[in-house]
Design a protein. Structure first.
Length: 430
C-alpha cells in the first residue's frame, strides 16, 4: 500500500512539472510579438511607382519598418499602366493589399464602386488629425463629407527656367527670377525677348507637343479664369465656352502664330535638360531629373498668373485602404498609422520633387534644406483639382486627342472644342 502511494505521489510530481513547463512555453510564445504581448502586424502595400519615385518610396518603407517593429510593411511596386486593373481585380477576388497608393483623380472611380474604406472611424481610432493636412489637397479626397484617402503629396505643373540663358539675355530680376510682366501679353512679350536675345539654337519655350502637356497647360490657364470641366451635376461638358477657347487659343498661338514653341517636340523635358530651352512647363517630379544634370543652371517656380487668379493643374498621391474579405480593425488601424507616417515624413518623399501634404513638413528644416522645392511650394494652394467623376480618365483621353489636333495644325480651336464637347457628352450619356 505504501508503495502504491509513493508511485502516485511521484506521478503527480512529474505531471505538475510538465504542466508548469508547458504553461511557461505558452506564456513565452504569446509574448513573441513585442513587450505588450501583441503579435507583429504585417501589411501588404501596393504602389504604381515604376519610375524613379519607386526608389524613394522603397527607402521610406525601409525606414518605417526599422522604426516601427510592431508593424512591418511589404511593398509591391507595379507598373503604372496595369496598376489600377490589378487593384480592382485584387479587391474583387478578396485578395486586396492592406494599403495602396491611389491618385486623387482616380478616387471618382474607386469610391462609387465601393473598393475603398471610409477612413473617418479608422483615423479616429488611430489618433490621426485631419486638420494636420493641407486643406486644398484634403478637400479633393472627400466624398459626401467622408474622408476616403490620406493625402501624401501634390504633384503639379510648374515652370522651370534656365538661369544662364535668361541671365545672359538680361531677363532676370534682382532676385534672380524671370522678369515677366503680368498677364498673358506680358508672358508672350517675355518669350519674344528671349527669342531676340538668346542664341539662335535656344527655344524660348518648350514642352512636349502632344498628350499631357498641352492638356495640363489648358487646364491651368482655364482654371485661372475659373473654368469648369463639367456641369454641377457632372452630366454635361462645361468647357466649350469663351474661357475654354481662350486658354486653348493661347497655347495654339505660342506654336503657330508667335512661333515661340516649336512644333512636333517629342520630349520637352529632355530639351530643357540639355540646356537648349529657356522655359519649360512640366511636372514637379522633373525637379529630381533636372538637378542631376550638373551643367544645368536652372530655377523652378509656380506657373505665372496669366489671367484672373493663380491656378495650375495638379493631382495627388494618396493612401487608401482597399476593402477586405473580412474587416480587421487592428490591421486597418496599423495601415492608417503607416499612411500617416508616410505623410509626416514627407520631406523624404519631397526628394522626388513632390510637395508634402502636411504644412508642418513644409515648415521643417529637412524640407527647407532641399534645393528648389521651397521656390514652388505654394503650388499646394494653387492646384485646381479636376472634379470627381467615374469617367474623368476617359474624358481626359478625349480632350488630349482633340487638343493634339490643334497642336498639330489639323483643326481650329472652335472645331476641336465643338468636337470634344460632343464626344464628352456622348460618353457621359452612356
Amino acid at each position: 500500500m505504501k508503495r502504491i502511494k509513493l508511485v502516485m505521489v511521484m506521478m503527480l510530481f512529474v505531471l505538475t512539472v510538465f504542466t508548469g513547463c508547458s504553461s511557461s512555453e505558452e506564456s513565452a510564445s504569446s509574448n513573441d510579438g513585442n513587450e505588450s504581448g501583441n503579435k507583429k502586424i504585417e501589411l501588404k502595400y501596393w504602389v504604381p511607382f515604376s519610375g524613379g519615385d519607386g526608389d524613394f518610396m522603397k527607402a521610406m518603407v525601409a525606414e518605417f519598418n526599422k522604426t516601427n517593429p510592431d508593424i512591418q510593411v511589404e511593398m509591391l511596386n507595379l507598373k503604372w499602366e496595369e496598376y489600377y486593373t490589378k487593384l480592382r481585380t485584387a479587391v474583387a477576388s478578396k485578395q486586396a493589399p492592406d494599403v495602396a497608393v491611389a491618385h486623387t483623380s482616380k478616387l471618382g472611380e474607386l469610391v462609387p464602386s465601393n473598393m475603398i474604406a471610409d477612413l473617418d472611424p479608422i483615423a479616429e481610432n488611430a489618433g490621426i488629425k485631419w486638420d494636420s493636412f493641407n486643406q486644398n489637397i484634403l478637400n479633393a479626397t472627400m466624398f459626401e463629407g467622408k474622408h476616403m484617402a490620406f493625402p501624401l503629396d501634390t504633384h503639379a505643373m510648374i515652370m522651370f527656367y534656365n538661369k544662364k540663358i535668361l541671365g545672359d539675355a538680361g531677363l532676370l530680376d534682382s532676385d534672380g527670377k524671370p522678369a515677366i510682366k503680368p498677364g498673358a501679353e506680358g508672358f508672350v512679350k517675355f518669350l519674344k525677348q528671349v527669342q531676340q536675345k538668346a542664341p539662335a539654337d535656344v527655344m524660348p519655350f518648350v514642352g512636349t507637343s502632344n498628350g499631357n502637356v498641352p492638356f495640363w497647360m489648358w487646364w491651368s490657364l482655364y482654371s485661372q479664369m475659373d473654368g469648369k470641366l463639367l456641369s454641377e451635376d457632372g452630366k454635361k461638358a462645361a468647357f466649350n465656352n469663351k474661357e475654354g477657347k481662350e486658354a486653348l487659343q493661347f497655347i495654339s498661338d505660342l506654336v503657330h502664330e508667335d512661333k515661340l514653341w516649336p512644333k512636333n517636340v517629342k520630349n520637352g523635358g529632355g530639351i530643357f535638360a540639355a540646356g537648349k530651352a529657356a522655359v519649360n512647363f512640366n511636372g514637379v517630379w522633373s525637379t529630381g531629373t533636372f538637378e542631376k544634370n550638373e551643367g544645368l543652371d536652372f530655377g523652378a517656380t509656380t506657373i505665372p498668373q496669366l489671367y484672373d487668379q493663380k491656378a495650375t493643374w495638379g493631382d495627388s498621391h494618396t493612401l487608401v485602404l482597399p476593402v477586405q474579405k473580412e474587416e480587421d480593425p487592428k490591421r486597418q488601424e496599423a495601415a492608417a498609422t503607416f499612411a500617416n507616417w508616410l505623410a509626416e515624413n514627407g520631406a523624404m518623399w519631397a526628394k522626388a520633387g513632390h510637395v508634402p501634404s502636411k504644412p508642418e513638413v513644409i515648415e521643417s528644416p529637412e524640407f527647407k534644406e532641399l534645393e528648389y522645392r521651397s521656390d514652388y511650394v505654394q503650388v499646394v494652394d494653387d492646384v485646381n483639382f479636376m472634379p470627381n467623376s467615374e469617367k474623368l480618365f476617359p474624358i481626359g483621353d478625349i480632350l488630349r486627342a482633340n487638343f493634339d489636333l490643334v497642336m498639330n495644325g489639323q483643326a481650329s480651336v472652335d472645331e476641336v472644342m465643338n468636337k470634344a464637347e460632343k464626344e464628352v457628352n456622348d460618353l457621359l450619356a452612356k
